[in-house]
Ligand binder design. Structure first.
Ligand code: ATP
Length: 271
């Protein structure tokens, strides 16, 4: 596990993106070997276009972070990958398979899971009931096995199984939200702002758990506004600005570049 230490500053070799038209060609534009490829991806809400020709990929075993200010399009991107927002152009590949026409349920069955922003746990249901919902129909018969896997990662949850989820602390609720996503045994986990609203100590715990998940073979796409912490655990990152990918690079390249925070994110740096 990489130690959570503050990075040194210096120059960076970052890739700057220019907008290009969607392929529309029907040819395979997946990145070789990638678990997830978004190629020239576009999405809109009604008449309002939100994503423009987004190119992003995640290799198996990576932690990739998608950074950006409020409203940049991060959540929309994750929802488009899950099939919750209709894409309007481009391609999404899971491995080499174009999953654009798959339902969200099929994507979950295929091995993609989303831990949504704001946790979205069911407050009036118990911890166990929330976990069972995450398991879905396909994994009910392996509930005990999958729950054991979650409790190994989050031992604090095991003794809370009968407790109403709404009575958990913020940190416990975040663990439950991640645990619920893990109940479908995903290969690719999409995490949307897991540190949001949590105390710094709990944030560190959550980030350490994300590193452990990767060590256990889960590939992770992490949306975060806590830039410093995200770049400490990520291998690579992308910066999205008003729906367009504007920069990408290794985490080292991005964190050595103060302009990432200043020019694109405009965020206070939290540790
Ligand atoms: P945040 O960190 O604030 O969640 P974000 O980068 O995740 O920001 P999105 O939530 O993807 O950004 O929002 C991108 C844009 O799409 C914003 O302008 C937002 O207002 C708009 N938007 C988001 N959801 C909807 C929706 N359901 N209908 C219409 N517009 C939406």
């Amino acid at each position: 596990m990489r130690a959570l230490s503050l990075p040194a500053r210096g120059s960076a070799t970052l890739r700057r993106f220019s907008t290009r038209a969607g392929t529309g060609s029907g040819t395979d534009t997946s990145v070789p070997g990638a678990m997830l490829t978004a190629a020239s991806l576009g999405a809109r809400y009604g008449a309002s276009r939100v994503l423009w020709n987004v190119d992003l990929h995640v290799q198996p075993g990576e932690i990739v972070t998608l950074l950006g200010a409020n409203g940049a399009g991060k959540t929309t991107f994750l929802h488009t990958v899950m099939g919750l927002v209709q894409m309007t152009s481009g391609h999404i590949y899971y491995g080499e398979r174009d999953i654009a026409r798959q339902t969200p349920e099929a994507r979950v069955t295929g091995g993609i899971a989303l831990c949504p922003e704001g946790r979205r746990i069911f407050a009036r249901m118990t911890v166990e009931e929330n976990l069972r919902l995450g398991a879905g129909l396909k994994h009910q018969h392996t509930y005990d096995e999958n729950a054991a896997y979650v409790f190994e990662l989050f031992p604090a949850l095991e003794g809370l199984q009968d407790k109403m989820a709404g009575l958990l602390s913020g940190g416990e609720q975040q663990m439950l939200a991640v645990g619920r996503a893990l109940m479908s045994k995903p290969k690719l986990l999409l995490l949307d702002e897991p540190s949001l609203g949590l105390a710094p100590k709990i944030v560190r715990l959550i980030f350490e758990l994300i590193q452990r998940l990767r060590e256990q073979g889960v590939t992770i796409l992490l949306v975060e506004q806590n830039v410093r912490m995200a770049l400490l655990i990520a291998d690579r990152g992308y910066v999205i600005n008003t729906g367009r990918i504007e920069l990408s690079g290794t985490a080292d390249e991005l964190r050595e570049n103060t302009s990432v925070e200043e020019a694109y994110l405009g965020l206070a740096v939290q540790t």
